[in-house]
Design a protein around this ligand. Structure first.
Ligand code: GLY
Length: 355
């Protein structure tokens, strides 16, 4: 599969990942390589990854606890200490081998250790392959508020080996699919239709679609790396979706949602807002709702849940001057940013989601 050129780095696929990485290690004179894994990728992905590294260089493995709940500054502090204790220096390289939590957090650790060292992302979940590992967003949550602390800093390369998906649980595959569907909704109706017609999440069929999703995201990032305008489109479904995800993380009465599950709910609600404010047709809205409800089901929110979620909207990173700004659809394949919506429409969006 053809490599994709991004801002300052390349995204390589399958076998090419390892030839590129070995060549890079050989020519870069790194003092040491640190591989950040979580408990899952340590078992399921690290052995395969290491078996493909042919260049002889010292490796240290640093393991963090798996899960969004551990995407915190406390985990970063532990890893910064490990790097220091294990003689990490400014010529060290960090390889982040994991899903979105590992690539986001590991990228942030690397971007701040000794004022910034080089890092490579090796995404092992579908979500991280098509979204988190690409585009330079690094960071951690503040309490349960998503991605409040972080920097945009690009990795040296992204290596997408789709065979890592062999061991990924079905719900994690569905979570990643939500970001792919979002790419279709904001940029490419044909891609959306093809994803809607997928019969199963079969890896051989997914490979080309993963490449397309990364291409869609990468084109946006290249035009607007620091999210001044167009890149905000990638947040469709995320204003309400992140608030829902944060609320569920912090609330024992609701099940914790994976990122894709939360933004699927967010995309139905923001689809409704799109119809009310940006001209998205009723037919397109029904199609969006049916697609996401079929794949992700429904979460039941009480009145109390709803007000707490609405309260969390104030933390969204796209807000400015006290105003909540949405990325909303004009049609399937076309998205508008910085849309302000009347408060009563948010209530209606929750009602539409529940109906
Ligand atoms: N995940 C949205 C972005 O990278 O901009």
């Amino acid at each position: 599969m053809k490599s994709i050129q991004s801002t300052s780095y390349s995204i390589h696929f399958n076998d090419k990942c390892y030839s590129e990485l070995n060549a890079y290690l050989k020519t870069s004179n790194f003092s040491k390589v640190f591989i950040i894994v979580d408990s899952n990728t340590h078992t399921h992905c690290l052995p395969k990854f290491l078996s493909n590294i042919t260049y002889d260089i010292a490796f240290e493995i640093i393991e963090m606890e798996a899960g969004e709940i551990n995407k915190t500054l406390e985990t970063c502090t532990q890893i910064w200490h490990s790097l220091s204790d294990l003689d990490g220096d400014r010529k060290s390289l960090i390889i982040n081998l994991g899903g979105g939590v590992v690539t986001d957090l590991g990228g942030f650790v690397a971007s701040t250790f000794k004022r910034g060292i080089h890092f490579v992302n090796v995404p092992t979940s579908l979500l991280s392959m098509v979204d988190a590992s690409v585009g330079g967003k690094t960071g951690v949550d503040l309490g349960t508020i998503k991605n409040q602390i972080g920097v945009i800093n690009f990795s040296d390369m992204v290596l997408v080996d789709s065979s890592f998906l062999d061991t990924l649980p079905a719900e994690e595959m569905r979570s990643g699919l939500a970001e792919m569907l979002k790419h279709g909704l904001i940029k490419d109706a044909n891609y959306w239709n093809r994803l809607c017609n997928l019969k199963a999440l079969d890896i051989s069929e997914l490979e080309g679609l993963i490449h397309e999703s990364i291409t869609i995201k990468n084109e946006v990032v290249k035009r607007d790396p620091t999210e001044q305008g167009e890149r905000k489109q990638l947040n469709f479904g995320h204003t309400l979706g992140h608030a829902i995800e944060s609320y569920c993380l912090d609330n024992e009465n609701l099940q914790t949602l994976l990122h894709g599950e939360a933004i699927a709910a967010g995309m139905i609600m923001e689809g409704y807002l799109s119809t009310k404010t940006c001209g998205l047709s009723e037919d397109a809205l029904s199609e969006i709702k049916n697609t996401f409800k079929t794949i992700y089901g429904s979460v039941v929110f009480s009145e109390n849940d709803k007000s707490s979620i609405v309260e969390l909207l104030k933390y969204d990173k796209k807000n400015s001057h006290g105003q909540i700004k949405y990325a909303l659809l004009e049609s399937i394949g076309s998205c508008k940013v910085d849309v302000i919506v009347a408060e009563n429409l948010i209530d209606e969006a929750f009602e539409y989601y529940a109906s």
